[in-house]
Design a protein around this ligand. Structure first.
Ligand SMILES: Cc1ncc(COP(=O)(O)O)c(C=O)c1O
Length: 387
Protein backbone atom coordinates (compact mmCIF):
# COMPACT_ATOMS: atom_id res chain seq x y z
CA UNK A 1 0.00 0.00 0.00
CA UNK A 2 1.32 3.49 -0.82
CA UNK A 3 1.68 6.14 1.90
CA UNK A 4 -1.40 7.89 0.57
CA UNK A 5 -3.58 4.74 0.30
CA UNK A 6 -2.59 3.95 3.86
CA UNK A 7 -3.57 7.47 4.94
CA UNK A 8 -6.97 7.21 3.25
CA UNK A 9 -7.97 4.43 5.66
CA UNK A 10 -6.37 5.92 8.74
CA UNK A 11 -7.21 8.17 11.66
CA UNK A 12 -7.50 11.95 11.47
CA UNK A 13 -3.94 12.82 12.45
CA UNK A 14 -2.46 10.25 10.06
CA UNK A 15 -4.55 11.65 7.22
CA UNK A 16 -3.50 15.19 8.17
CA UNK A 17 0.15 14.21 7.72
CA UNK A 18 0.05 11.71 4.84
CA UNK A 19 -3.11 12.10 2.73
CA UNK A 20 -2.94 13.82 -0.62
CA UNK A 21 0.77 13.36 -1.26
CA UNK A 22 3.25 10.62 -2.05
CA UNK A 23 6.91 11.44 -1.33
CA UNK A 24 8.28 13.04 -4.49
CA UNK A 25 9.23 10.15 -6.86
CA UNK A 26 12.36 11.91 -8.12
CA UNK A 27 13.93 13.08 -4.85
CA UNK A 28 11.94 11.38 -2.09
CA UNK A 29 11.07 14.79 -0.58
CA UNK A 30 8.63 13.97 2.23
CA UNK A 31 7.06 17.44 2.07
CA UNK A 32 5.43 18.69 -1.17
CA UNK A 33 7.87 21.02 -2.91
CA UNK A 34 6.77 24.59 -3.65
CA UNK A 35 6.25 24.36 -7.40
CA UNK A 36 6.89 28.01 -8.23
CA UNK A 37 5.99 27.69 -11.87
CA UNK A 38 3.22 29.14 -13.96
CA UNK A 39 3.54 26.66 -16.82
CA UNK A 40 4.75 23.12 -17.60
CA UNK A 41 6.75 21.62 -20.45
CA UNK A 42 4.59 19.36 -22.59
CA UNK A 43 5.98 16.20 -24.18
CA UNK A 44 4.55 17.04 -27.58
CA UNK A 45 1.33 19.04 -28.00
CA UNK A 46 -1.15 17.89 -25.34
CA UNK A 47 1.41 15.57 -23.78
CA UNK A 48 1.03 16.79 -20.24
CA UNK A 49 2.96 15.26 -17.35
CA UNK A 50 0.52 14.43 -14.56
CA UNK A 51 -2.17 16.58 -16.17
CA UNK A 52 -0.43 19.88 -15.44
CA UNK A 53 -0.51 22.54 -18.13
CA UNK A 54 -0.87 25.95 -16.41
CA UNK A 55 -0.90 26.83 -12.71
CA UNK A 56 -4.32 28.50 -12.60
CA UNK A 57 -5.77 25.16 -13.73
CA UNK A 58 -3.55 23.07 -11.48
CA UNK A 59 -0.30 23.17 -9.54
CA UNK A 60 1.18 20.18 -7.65
CA UNK A 61 1.63 22.11 -4.38
CA UNK A 62 -2.04 23.08 -4.53
CA UNK A 63 -3.08 19.54 -5.51
CA UNK A 64 -1.43 18.22 -2.34
CA UNK A 65 -3.35 20.73 -0.20
CA UNK A 66 -6.62 19.93 -1.97
CA UNK A 67 -6.10 16.21 -1.38
CA UNK A 68 -5.48 16.53 2.33
CA UNK A 69 -8.40 18.88 3.02
CA UNK A 70 -10.77 16.51 1.17
CA UNK A 71 -9.43 13.58 3.21
CA UNK A 72 -9.88 15.44 6.49
CA UNK A 73 -13.46 16.48 5.68
CA UNK A 74 -14.20 13.02 4.22
CA UNK A 75 -15.46 14.53 0.98
CA UNK A 76 -15.12 13.47 -2.63
CA UNK A 77 -12.91 16.38 -3.71
CA UNK A 78 -11.26 19.46 -2.26
CA UNK A 79 -10.53 22.83 -3.87
CA UNK A 80 -8.21 25.55 -2.59
CA UNK A 81 -8.78 29.28 -3.10
CA UNK A 82 -7.01 32.56 -2.51
CA UNK A 83 -9.32 33.37 0.44
CA UNK A 84 -12.41 32.09 2.20
CA UNK A 85 -14.54 34.67 0.42
CA UNK A 86 -13.09 33.66 -2.96
CA UNK A 87 -14.16 30.08 -2.16
CA UNK A 88 -17.66 31.29 -1.25
CA UNK A 89 -18.01 33.43 -4.37
CA UNK A 90 -16.85 30.60 -6.63
CA UNK A 91 -19.29 28.18 -5.02
CA UNK A 92 -22.23 30.55 -5.40
CA UNK A 93 -21.55 31.02 -9.10
CA UNK A 94 -21.09 27.28 -9.56
CA UNK A 95 -24.38 26.21 -7.98
CA UNK A 96 -26.71 29.25 -8.24
CA UNK A 97 -28.12 31.26 -11.13
CA UNK A 98 -29.80 34.72 -11.27
CA UNK A 99 -33.32 34.43 -9.84
CA UNK A 100 -32.32 31.79 -7.28
CA UNK A 101 -32.52 32.25 -3.53
CA UNK A 102 -30.28 31.33 -0.60
CA UNK A 103 -31.08 31.04 3.11
CA UNK A 104 -28.22 32.50 5.18
CA UNK A 105 -27.52 32.60 8.94
CA UNK A 106 -29.02 35.62 10.68
CA UNK A 107 -25.65 36.08 12.37
CA UNK A 108 -23.40 35.19 9.45
CA UNK A 109 -19.78 36.36 9.37
CA UNK A 110 -19.94 40.02 8.26
CA UNK A 111 -17.92 39.45 5.09
CA UNK A 112 -20.15 36.56 4.05
CA UNK A 113 -23.21 38.72 4.59
CA UNK A 114 -21.64 41.52 2.55
CA UNK A 115 -20.93 39.07 -0.29
CA UNK A 116 -24.59 38.00 -0.33
CA UNK A 117 -26.11 41.40 0.26
CA UNK A 118 -23.88 43.74 -1.70
CA UNK A 119 -22.44 41.53 -4.44
CA UNK A 120 -24.55 38.43 -5.16
CA UNK A 121 -27.84 40.32 -4.80
CA UNK A 122 -26.85 42.78 -7.53
CA UNK A 123 -26.46 39.78 -9.85
CA UNK A 124 -29.96 38.56 -9.02
CA UNK A 125 -29.27 36.07 -6.21
CA UNK A 126 -31.64 36.85 -3.35
CA UNK A 127 -31.22 35.80 0.28
CA UNK A 128 -33.18 35.58 3.52
CA UNK A 129 -31.61 35.41 6.97
CA UNK A 130 -32.72 32.75 9.48
CA UNK A 131 -31.39 31.57 12.83
CA UNK A 132 -29.32 28.44 12.21
CA UNK A 133 -30.24 27.20 15.68
CA UNK A 134 -33.94 27.16 14.74
CA UNK A 135 -34.68 24.42 12.19
CA UNK A 136 -38.29 25.60 11.77
CA UNK A 137 -37.13 29.17 11.04
CA UNK A 138 -34.75 27.87 8.38
CA UNK A 139 -37.55 25.77 6.85
CA UNK A 140 -39.86 28.80 6.86
CA UNK A 141 -37.22 30.94 5.12
CA UNK A 142 -37.03 28.57 2.16
CA UNK A 143 -38.73 29.86 -0.99
CA UNK A 144 -40.15 26.77 -2.72
CA UNK A 145 -38.68 26.24 -6.16
CA UNK A 146 -36.19 29.10 -5.74
CA UNK A 147 -33.99 28.25 -2.76
CA UNK A 148 -30.95 26.46 -4.11
CA UNK A 149 -28.74 26.65 -1.03
CA UNK A 150 -29.20 26.59 2.71
CA UNK A 151 -26.01 28.20 4.01
CA UNK A 152 -25.03 27.48 7.59
CA UNK A 153 -22.20 28.43 9.90
CA UNK A 154 -21.90 26.35 13.06
CA UNK A 155 -20.68 27.57 15.47
CA UNK A 156 -21.56 31.01 14.12
CA UNK A 157 -19.24 34.00 14.16
CA UNK A 158 -19.23 35.68 16.71
CA UNK A 159 -22.27 34.55 18.70
CA UNK A 160 -21.40 30.84 18.62
CA UNK A 161 -24.92 29.68 17.80
CA UNK A 162 -25.17 26.02 16.86
CA UNK A 163 -27.07 24.55 13.90
CA UNK A 164 -28.06 20.88 13.86
CA UNK A 165 -26.33 19.79 10.65
CA UNK A 166 -28.27 16.52 10.25
CA UNK A 167 -31.64 18.23 10.73
CA UNK A 168 -30.72 21.14 8.45
CA UNK A 169 -29.51 18.74 5.75
CA UNK A 170 -32.88 17.08 5.66
CA UNK A 171 -34.69 20.45 5.57
CA UNK A 172 -32.49 21.56 2.65
CA UNK A 173 -32.79 18.28 0.77
CA UNK A 174 -36.60 18.14 1.20
CA UNK A 175 -36.67 21.50 -0.63
CA UNK A 176 -34.29 20.29 -3.35
CA UNK A 177 -31.56 22.61 -2.03
CA UNK A 178 -27.93 21.98 -1.08
CA UNK A 179 -26.71 22.29 2.49
CA UNK A 180 -23.48 24.30 2.62
CA UNK A 181 -21.68 24.41 5.97
CA UNK A 182 -19.00 26.99 6.76
CA UNK A 183 -16.82 24.85 9.05
CA UNK A 184 -14.21 27.53 9.73
CA UNK A 185 -14.86 27.80 13.46
CA UNK A 186 -14.92 24.08 14.22
CA UNK A 187 -12.25 22.96 11.72
CA UNK A 188 -12.42 19.41 10.34
CA UNK A 189 -10.83 18.13 13.55
CA UNK A 190 -13.88 18.99 15.65
CA UNK A 191 -16.68 18.47 13.08
CA UNK A 192 -17.05 16.87 9.66
CA UNK A 193 -20.31 18.18 8.16
CA UNK A 194 -20.26 15.91 5.08
CA UNK A 195 -20.52 12.86 7.35
CA UNK A 196 -23.67 14.51 8.81
CA UNK A 197 -25.35 15.13 5.45
CA UNK A 198 -23.90 18.43 4.20
CA UNK A 199 -23.21 18.73 0.47
CA UNK A 200 -20.41 21.28 0.58
CA UNK A 201 -18.03 22.42 3.30
CA UNK A 202 -16.53 25.92 3.17
CA UNK A 203 -13.39 27.03 4.98
CA UNK A 204 -11.55 30.21 5.55
CA UNK A 205 -8.27 28.26 5.82
CA UNK A 206 -6.81 31.57 7.01
CA UNK A 207 -8.05 30.45 10.43
CA UNK A 208 -7.51 27.07 12.14
CA UNK A 209 -6.51 25.11 9.02
CA UNK A 210 -3.51 27.38 8.33
CA UNK A 211 -3.31 28.03 12.04
CA UNK A 212 -0.34 30.42 12.21
CA UNK A 213 -1.81 33.75 11.00
CA UNK A 214 0.70 33.80 8.16
CA UNK A 215 -1.48 33.04 5.13
CA UNK A 216 -4.92 33.93 3.76
CA UNK A 217 -6.77 31.12 2.00
CA UNK A 218 -10.03 29.30 1.47
CA UNK A 219 -11.28 25.84 0.60
CA UNK A 220 -14.34 23.96 -0.58
CA UNK A 221 -14.89 20.25 -0.05
CA UNK A 222 -17.76 18.59 -1.90
CA UNK A 223 -19.46 15.24 -1.35
CA UNK A 224 -20.60 14.70 -4.90
CA UNK A 225 -18.75 14.41 -8.20
CA UNK A 226 -21.37 16.38 -10.13
CA UNK A 227 -20.89 19.43 -7.87
CA UNK A 228 -17.14 18.81 -7.98
CA UNK A 229 -17.19 19.19 -11.76
CA UNK A 230 -19.09 22.49 -11.49
CA UNK A 231 -16.71 23.82 -8.84
CA UNK A 232 -13.63 22.68 -10.79
CA UNK A 233 -14.92 24.45 -13.90
CA UNK A 234 -15.58 27.67 -11.98
CA UNK A 235 -12.33 27.49 -10.00
CA UNK A 236 -10.43 27.48 -13.28
CA UNK A 237 -12.74 29.94 -15.05
CA UNK A 238 -12.74 32.50 -12.23
CA UNK A 239 -9.14 31.89 -11.23
CA UNK A 240 -9.25 32.85 -7.54
CA UNK A 241 -6.61 30.24 -6.69
CA UNK A 242 -3.82 30.37 -4.10
CA UNK A 243 -0.22 30.56 -5.25
CA UNK A 244 2.09 27.65 -4.45
CA UNK A 245 3.72 29.41 -1.48
CA UNK A 246 0.33 29.99 0.15
CA UNK A 247 -0.77 26.41 -0.62
CA UNK A 248 2.44 25.13 1.00
CA UNK A 249 1.89 27.15 4.19
CA UNK A 250 -1.72 26.06 4.55
CA UNK A 251 -0.77 22.42 3.97
CA UNK A 252 1.97 22.69 6.59
CA UNK A 253 -0.55 24.12 9.04
CA UNK A 254 -2.99 21.27 8.48
CA UNK A 255 -0.43 18.68 9.56
CA UNK A 256 -0.63 19.90 13.17
CA UNK A 257 -4.36 20.74 13.21
CA UNK A 258 -5.28 17.98 15.69
CA UNK A 259 -2.71 18.85 18.36
CA UNK A 260 -3.34 22.57 17.98
CA UNK A 261 -7.13 22.18 18.26
CA UNK A 262 -6.84 20.13 21.42
CA UNK A 263 -4.72 22.85 23.02
CA UNK A 264 -7.06 25.61 21.75
CA UNK A 265 -9.97 23.74 23.37
CA UNK A 266 -8.08 23.09 26.65
CA UNK A 267 -7.20 26.78 26.95
CA UNK A 268 -10.68 27.97 25.93
CA UNK A 269 -12.23 25.80 28.64
CA UNK A 270 -9.91 27.36 31.25
CA UNK A 271 -10.71 30.88 30.02
CA UNK A 272 -14.45 30.12 30.17
CA UNK A 273 -14.09 28.87 33.73
CA UNK A 274 -12.29 32.09 34.69
CA UNK A 275 -14.80 34.41 32.99
CA UNK A 276 -17.88 32.61 34.33
CA UNK A 277 -19.10 34.43 37.40
CA UNK A 278 -16.56 37.29 37.02
CA UNK A 279 -18.17 40.49 38.36
CA UNK A 280 -17.32 42.46 35.19
CA UNK A 281 -18.68 39.83 32.81
CA UNK A 282 -22.40 39.92 32.04
CA UNK A 283 -22.51 36.71 29.97
CA UNK A 284 -20.10 34.08 28.70
CA UNK A 285 -20.99 32.50 25.36
CA UNK A 286 -19.39 29.09 24.71
CA UNK A 287 -21.10 25.98 23.33
CA UNK A 288 -19.33 23.85 25.94
CA UNK A 289 -21.36 25.48 28.73
CA UNK A 290 -24.40 23.43 29.70
CA UNK A 291 -26.56 26.55 29.75
CA UNK A 292 -25.62 27.37 26.11
CA UNK A 293 -28.84 26.75 24.09
CA UNK A 294 -26.87 24.76 21.49
CA UNK A 295 -24.95 22.63 23.99
CA UNK A 296 -26.81 19.37 23.32
CA UNK A 297 -26.50 19.68 19.53
CA UNK A 298 -22.85 20.72 19.78
CA UNK A 299 -22.16 17.69 21.98
CA UNK A 300 -23.78 15.45 19.36
CA UNK A 301 -21.89 16.75 16.33
CA UNK A 302 -18.61 18.20 17.63
CA UNK A 303 -15.65 16.37 19.16
CA UNK A 304 -15.02 19.35 21.49
CA UNK A 305 -16.33 22.92 21.61
CA UNK A 306 -13.57 24.95 19.97
CA UNK A 307 -11.22 27.79 20.76
CA UNK A 308 -13.50 30.80 20.35
CA UNK A 309 -15.08 32.37 23.42
CA UNK A 310 -17.37 35.40 23.28
CA UNK A 311 -18.50 37.40 26.28
CA UNK A 312 -20.54 40.45 27.08
CA UNK A 313 -18.93 43.00 29.33
CA UNK A 314 -20.97 44.45 32.20
CA UNK A 315 -21.51 48.18 31.72
CA UNK A 316 -21.78 48.37 27.93
CA UNK A 317 -19.79 49.23 24.83
CA UNK A 318 -17.15 51.52 26.39
CA UNK A 319 -16.29 48.88 28.99
CA UNK A 320 -15.98 46.27 26.21
CA UNK A 321 -13.66 48.58 24.26
CA UNK A 322 -11.60 49.17 27.42
CA UNK A 323 -11.06 45.43 27.90
CA UNK A 324 -9.87 45.15 24.28
CA UNK A 325 -7.51 48.08 24.77
CA UNK A 326 -5.99 46.81 28.03
CA UNK A 327 -5.28 43.21 27.01
CA UNK A 328 -1.62 42.56 26.21
CA UNK A 329 -1.06 38.83 25.72
CA UNK A 330 -4.33 38.77 23.78
CA UNK A 331 -3.41 40.86 20.75
CA UNK A 332 -6.06 43.30 19.54
CA UNK A 333 -6.76 42.17 16.01
CA UNK A 334 -9.21 40.66 13.54
CA UNK A 335 -9.09 37.05 12.41
CA UNK A 336 -8.90 33.97 14.61
CA UNK A 337 -7.63 30.42 14.76
CA UNK A 338 -3.89 31.17 14.91
CA UNK A 339 -1.51 29.95 17.60
CA UNK A 340 -1.55 33.41 19.23
CA UNK A 341 -4.51 34.65 21.26
CA UNK A 342 -6.49 37.51 19.76
CA UNK A 343 -9.14 39.81 21.19
CA UNK A 344 -11.56 41.96 19.24
CA UNK A 345 -14.73 44.02 19.42
CA UNK A 346 -16.99 42.48 16.72
CA UNK A 347 -19.38 45.46 16.60
CA UNK A 348 -16.60 47.87 15.57
CA UNK A 349 -14.25 45.42 13.85
CA UNK A 350 -15.11 42.09 12.13
CA UNK A 351 -18.84 42.76 12.06
CA UNK A 352 -18.86 46.49 11.33
CA UNK A 353 -20.28 45.63 7.89
CA UNK A 354 -23.55 44.40 9.47
CA UNK A 355 -24.07 47.49 11.68
CA UNK A 356 -27.62 48.78 11.29
CA UNK A 357 -28.89 45.51 9.75
CA UNK A 358 -30.81 42.61 11.31
CA UNK A 359 -27.43 40.94 11.77
CA UNK A 360 -26.00 43.64 14.07
CA UNK A 361 -24.10 42.18 17.05
CA UNK A 362 -24.37 43.47 20.65
CA UNK A 363 -22.18 46.52 21.36
CA UNK A 364 -20.86 45.06 24.65
CA UNK A 365 -19.61 41.88 22.96
CA UNK A 366 -15.94 40.86 23.00
CA UNK A 367 -14.65 37.89 21.00
CA UNK A 368 -11.58 35.92 22.01
CA UNK A 369 -9.66 33.59 19.77
CA UNK A 370 -7.94 31.60 22.48
CA UNK A 371 -4.47 30.60 21.34
CA UNK A 372 -2.13 27.87 22.49
CA UNK A 373 0.03 29.91 24.90
CA UNK A 374 0.34 28.99 28.59
CA UNK A 375 -3.21 29.13 29.96
CA UNK A 376 -2.20 30.88 33.22
CA UNK A 377 -0.73 33.78 31.22
CA UNK A 378 -3.95 34.16 29.25
CA UNK A 379 -6.05 34.22 32.39
CA UNK A 380 -3.74 36.71 34.13
CA UNK A 381 -4.01 38.97 31.07
CA UNK A 382 -7.83 38.86 31.07
CA UNK A 383 -7.85 39.46 34.82
CA UNK A 384 -5.76 42.60 34.31
CA UNK A 385 -7.80 43.77 31.30
CA UNK A 386 -11.11 43.36 33.14
CA UNK A 387 -9.45 45.37 35.95
C1 LIG B 1 -16.67 32.00 9.46
C2 LIG B 1 -15.91 32.69 8.36
N1 LIG B 1 -16.16 32.37 7.09
C3 LIG B 1 -15.50 32.97 6.06
C4 LIG B 1 -14.58 33.96 6.30
C5 LIG B 1 -13.89 34.63 5.14
O1 LIG B 1 -12.62 34.13 4.96
P1 LIG B 1 -11.37 34.99 4.38
O2 LIG B 1 -11.13 36.11 5.34
O3 LIG B 1 -10.27 33.97 4.35
O4 LIG B 1 -11.77 35.46 3.05
C6 LIG B 1 -14.27 34.31 7.62
C7 LIG B 1 -13.26 35.37 7.89
O5 LIG B 1 -13.14 35.84 9.00
C8 LIG B 1 -14.97 33.67 8.67
O6 LIG B 1 -14.73 33.99 9.96
Amino acid sequence: MSTQEHADKSGFETRAIHAGYEPDPMTGAVIPPIYATSTYKQDGVGGMRGGYEYSRSGNPTRTALEGVIAALEQGERGFAFASGLAAEDTLLRAVCRPGDHVVIPDDAYGGTYRLFDKVAKVWGLDHSPAAVSDVDAVRAAIVPGKTKVVWVETPTNPLLNIGDIEALASVAHDAGALLVVDNTFASPYLQQPITLGADVVVHSTTKYCGGHSDVVGGALVVRDLEIADQVAFHQNSMGAVPGPFDAFLTHRGLKTLGVRMDRHCDNAEKVVEFLTGHAKVAQVIYPGLEEHPGHAVASKQMKRYGGIVSFRVAGGEQQALDVCAKAEVFTLGESLGGVESLIEHPGRMTHASVAGTDLEVPADLVRLSVGIETADDLIADLDRALG
